[in-house]
Ligand binder design. Structure first.
Ligand SMILES: *Cc1c(COP(=O)(O)O)cnc(C)c1O
Length: 395
């Protein structure tokens, strides 16, 4: 069946789509099955999306219950889940009394809202970082720090500059014409690359001194994945009591339904005025009901703490494999990068797939792991067995 689906996909899918690694049919928890019945341990979770794994009863029930009530109302109206969604995100981010939420349908759309927010400062320049990733729509693409992704679509949105991720470069680039600095606390697509120590706090200080917005893209790192609700909340990232001006969310907050959000704090919450932004599906009762249920279950089941604990267990387990191929294991919680001593990450991923393990090559030399936050001892044990064999096969 797989080959037949692949052939059909190849005939109709846009040329921009890669050849599918597998044709997946159903899943349960951290396991997923393809159309030929082959079972996989899913340590990618739809790229940090399926926080509760596959077919979690909380998600299934939330979808069914909300679909039976009301699924869509347009933004001339609101609904109980849309209100609860915004309140939940304000609470979990700690955005405080002034916190506000714009609901979006994807990461890129939430980033687009952040770009418009930055334009509302009246300043022309937006600083982003080399090798950063913020999405594929035109505004998000302009922010993305990979020239190869941007170049086929130039000209880009004017005013965006990509600087190296170092403090001297940021200091030199800052000025009264900078609207915003946007950054990822851990660069996920670049290969799970954390910011240098103290960088976030320094960026907060510099943006404040220059009256610019600090926008933190937590699309991949948010919703508990790194062992805090949001990566900027880890001790030592920001000064106690400090917040970004805007936090961009998507991926894990919906547990698999397409949903995103821009959360603002303080004065940034007053930049958009009536009618300046909107979307047909944004704040849709179905998506927001599922997000509220997913975030509620993460909280109820202590999955933020589980992510922290399982992340350490997983990192230690990988180090203990003592593979000669592995030079570094990095990341936080359940967002982990395994650095290899040669560019064979693609081979490791292929060898893993053959053995029934789904992982990802974030770069030629980096394997990325982003399992669901629900994983336990048995999943980790199984992962280590399969991963060890995959490393050996690729060495
Ligand atoms: C995935 C991702 C995006 C883009 O989100 P989409 O939902 O794919 O548009 C933006 N920023 C980061 C950090 C991401 O990981």
């Amino acid at each position: 069946m797989t080959e037949e689906y692949r052939a059909r996909f190849a005939r109709v899918a846009m040329r921009s789509a890669p050849t599918p690694m597998a044709v997946l049919e159903h899943g349960e928890g951290a396991r997923v099955w393809d159309v030929d019945g082959a079972e996989y341990l899913d340590f990618l979770a739809g790229i940090a999306v399926n926080a509760l794994g596959h077919a979690h009863p909380v998600v299934v029930d939330a979808i069914a219950a909300q679909a039976a009530r009301v699924m869509h109302v347009s933004n001339y109206f609101t609904s109980p889940p849309a209100v609860a969604f915004a309140e939940t995100l304000v609470r979990l981010t700690g955005a405080g009394e002034a916190g506000r939420v714009y609901p979006a349908n994807s990461g890129a759309e939430a980033i687009e809202a952040a770009v418009k927010l930055a334009r509302r400062t009246g300043r022309p320049r937006i600083l982003a970082f080399e090798s950063g990733f913020h999405g594929r729509t035109m505004g998000a693409l302009a922010l993305t720090g990979k020239a190869a992704l941007r170049e086929p679509f130039e000209p880009m949105l004017p005013g965006v500059e990509h600087i190296p991720t170092d403090l001297a470069a940021l200091e030199a680039a800052m000025g009264p014409d900078v609207a915003a600095v946007i950054l990822e606390p851990i660069k996920g697509e670049a290969g799970v690359v954390p910011l240098p120590a103290g960088f976030l706090a320094a960026a907060r200080r510099l943006t404040r001194e220059h009256g610019a917005l600090l926008i933190v893209d937590e699309i991949q790192t948010g919703a508990g994945r790194t062992g805090e609700w949001f990566a900027f909340q880890h001790a030592g990232e920001l000064e106690p009591g400090d917040l970004p001006d805007a936090i961009v969310l998507a991926k894990g907050i919906g547990g698999g339904v397409p949903v995103g959000a821009l959360v603002t704090t303080g004065a940034a919450s007053e930049l958009f005025t009536l009618g300046q932004h909107g979307s047909t599906f944004g704040g849709n009762p179905l998506a927001t009901a599922v997000a509220v249920a997913v975030l509620g279950e993460i909280e109820r089941a202590g999955l933020v703490q589980n992510a922290a604990r399982r992340g350490e267990q997983l990192q230690q387990g990988i180090r203990d494999l003592a593979s000669p191929l592995v030079t570094e294991v990095r990341g936080r919680g359940l967002l982990i990068g395994v650095e290899l001593d040669r560019p064979v990450a693609g081979h490791v991923v292929a060898a893993a797939l053959e053995r029934g393990l789904i992982i990802n090559a974030a770069s030629g030399t980096t394997v990325r792991l982003a399992p669901p936050l629900i994983i336990g001892d048995a999943d980790i044990e199984r992962f280590l067995t399969l991963f060890s064999a995959s490393l050996e096969a690729a060495a």
